[in-house]
Design a binder for this molecule. Structure first.
Ligand code: NDP
Ligand code: OXD
Length: 316
């Protein structure tokens, strides 16, 4: 016996065409893309990606906001955000995509992919020295859902793995560090830095020149490496370019940028030490995610609690 009436869904996205999300949500629920009037009382749920500011505060019966992505910074950009639960994406296939991206980029740097691409272009037949994965420490900044999944595959490949989180997050086989006091020791013990942090007021701009300088530069890799698949505004694009040019960083793989799409004028596009992907590390697949959202709406209406809600004070 439901304790709440079946609610309608507002689908509000910018930056891509939401047709497939609309079709799949409509299989079970009435879906609207614009509220009817200022205060549409029929809408119980909002499914959003970069929705229009102050849109949701006008909905008097809103029960929950569902983010289309694992990151929820786009929701906190709304100055009129209503005080209802926010649900983030936690889904096996998105986690798998991110693990693939992280392992792909770590292996490419570890196995000197950039050097081989250069050698092939120049038709150079030369075998550089190979080192075991156990010589390399990969440090994962953000040991949450995505960070832990990537850490366990990297461990199985033989890498040493460090993790840094806001609160203590022990993980077998991983050397973990937490909070402000743990940051410098974590960086000093890390050769390849993988950033999987959420963007919050605390983490904005954290990947800057000063932080990069703290990374370990041992013989193994021939220099520190940065991989950012978290959010672009965690990093200072110019500081990364400077660190690369000065040799403070050997190489970088960047999936996210301060401004997206990355402006054509950015030197990162053509930097020989940078591997650019267009915010594509882990895509949100509606075929996989909409059934999870619909199940959560039905569960709420049966009186069950929502899963994977955001801690509003922490901002993620
Ligand atoms: P989680 O919320 O599960 O994990 C976040 C981790 O970051 C936690 O370990 C958390 O610490 C840590 N953290 C947060 N704030 C701080 C801080 N101030 N200092 C230290 N550690 C901090 O998030 P997910 O793993 O699901 O996702 C991570 C991010 O990945 C998303 O927010 C999104 O921005 C990005 N993303 C990017 C995609 C892409 O395609 N490029 C796709 C999907 C996600 P604690 O464990 O103590 O809470
Ligand atoms: C996400 C993303 O947050 O795609 O899921 O960036």
């Amino acid at each position: 016996m439901p304790v709440l009436e079946k609610g309608r869904v507002l689908l509000s996205v910018t930056g891509f065409h939401p047709q497939r999300w609309h079709e799949l949500l409509s299989a079970e629920r009435e879906v609207v893309t614009e509220p009817a009037g200022a205060a549409d009382p029929s809408i119980a749920y909002a499914v959003v990606w970069k929705h229009k500011p102050n849109l949701l505060s006008k909905l008097p019966n809103l029960r929950a906001i569902f983010s289309i992505g694992a990151g929820v910074d786009h929701i906190f950009n709304d100055p009129g955000l209503p005080d209802v639960p926010i649900v983030k994406v936690v889904a096996d296939n998105l986690t798998q995509y991110m693990t693939e991206y992280v392992v792909w980029r770590v292996l490419d740097h570890h196995r000197q992919g950039a050097l081989y691409r250069h050698q092939q272009q120049k038709k150079i037949w030369h075998e550089p020295q190979q080192r075991p994965a156990s010589d390399i420490s990969v440090g994962i900044m953000g040991l949450g859902t995505l960070g832990r999944a990537a850490a366990s595959v990297l461990l199985s490949l033989g890498f040493c793995v460090n993790g840094w989180s806001r609160t203590a997050r022990p993980m077998e086989g991983v050397t973990t560090y937490a909070g402000d006091n743990g940051l410098i020791p974590f960086l000093n013990a890390t050769d390849i830095l993988v950033v999987l942090l959420p963007l919050t007021p605390t983490t904005q701009g954290i990947i800057n020149y000063g932080l990069i300088k703290e990374l370990r530069r041992r013989n193994g890799l021939g220099g520190a490496v940065l991989i950012n698949a978290g959010r672009g505004r965690l990093q200072k694009d110019d500081d990364i370019a400077r660190a690369l040019d000065e040799g403070v960083l050997k190489e970088a793989s960047l999936d996210v940028f301060e401004v997206e799409p990355l402006p054509k004028t950015s030197p990162l596009w053509s930097h020989p030490k940078v591997y650019v992907t267009p915010h594509a590390a882990a895509t949100s697949d509606p075929n996989h995610l909409v059934p999870i959202m619909l199940a959560q709406m039905s569960a709420l209406e049966r009186g069950e609690p929502l899963q994977n809600t955001v801690d509003r004070a922490a901002g993620y």
